[in-house]
Design a protein around this ligand. Sequence first.
Ligand SMILES: Cc1cc2nc3c(=O)[nH]c(=O)nc-3n(C[C@H](O)[C@H](O)[C@H](O)COP(=O)(O)OP(=O)(O)OC[C@H]3O[C@@H](n4cnc5c(N)ncnc54)[C@H](O)[C@@H]3O)c2cc1C
Length: 303
Amino acid sequence: MSWQNYLQPKTLAEAMDALANAPRPIIPIAGGTDLLLDLEQGRHAPVQTLLDVNSIEEMTHLEITGDELFIGASVPVNRVATSPEVAHHAQALTEACDLIAGPQVRNVATLGGNVAHALPAADGTIALLALEAQAEIIALTSYPKGSGAERSRSAVTRKVPFQELFLGPGKSSLKHGEELIVGFYLPLTNYHQASCFQRIMRPQGVALPILNCAVWLERENDIINDIRIAVGPGGGTPFRAAQAEDILRGLHLNETTFESALEALLTQAQFRTSARRASADYRRHIVSGLFGDVIETAWLRAG
Ligand SMILES: Cc1cc2nc3c(=O)[nH]c(=O)nc-3n(C[C@H](O)[C@H](O)[C@H](O)COP(=O)(O)OP(=O)(O)OC[C@H]3O[C@@H](n4cnc5c(N)ncnc54)[C@H](O)[C@@H]3O)c2cc1C
């Protein structure tokens, strides 16, 4: 067996209690669509305890709170893809979640799992990056080290800028066995703001894309007031094309400004060759068309 205990807390308090006291190693499991394969195929070392986060009430909400949209980490991507609130305020995320896998996987795979797996081309992750999401993290506070010691149950939550969640391919900055993603906060969409997500897949591909791209932008008449561009995989962590964004801010979108932005994106991105999907050269070649389509769609939507 790849695990000995399976816990299903109903609240964050119960989950943190389990993290503090259940036999270690302990890791969270949501839909299991990444994790169970990793455990079964030996890419993840066996664990003592799996902590099922699907029933944790606070992590299943999808709602507007104040001037933000909150999406709990345990919300399945199918629910994200069909939510009218997400469609209105985060169209790129609707488009990304609608493309993830097939219906069976989408019904159980969660947004939190997509992000915590930390792959640089995960579709939900790339959309959240362009939408400038913040992650809410809950962490155990200090507890006595050493076997047998009764551990403290206290926990604190904090908001983290999305990019700070990633250290490298498949490596999140979350502290193993001590931290959970509670959910994601996204700014609400205002007038003349819009987003778009598209991807390029191998024809027979079911999992990660060859390349994906999400753009959020704000227009003021014919000028790009503000813009965020995310491309996956454009490096070891989910990639923001910050230099291209700097070039486009304050300018009209036309062939010349697009070409300058593309050049900046190609300079900054570190495309790599992946055995099953595409070469770095091929990615460099096709990013122009994908980026062009995505930015043009976002531009027209924001008009
Ligand atoms: C057939 C198939 C097709 C797929 N197609 C796509 C695709 O098109 N695009 C795409 O992006 N992905 C795809 N995936 C990958 C996968 O389905 C997604 O990444 C999914 O969103 C992962 O979510 P999950 O709930 O299943 O995560 P799990 O497998 O349960 O967990 C993944 C990781 O996240 C951690 N974790 C989960 N929840 C939390 C939390 N709340 N806090 C902290 N850590 C947490 C787990 O410990 C684990 O390390 C595919 C997978 C399969 C099997």
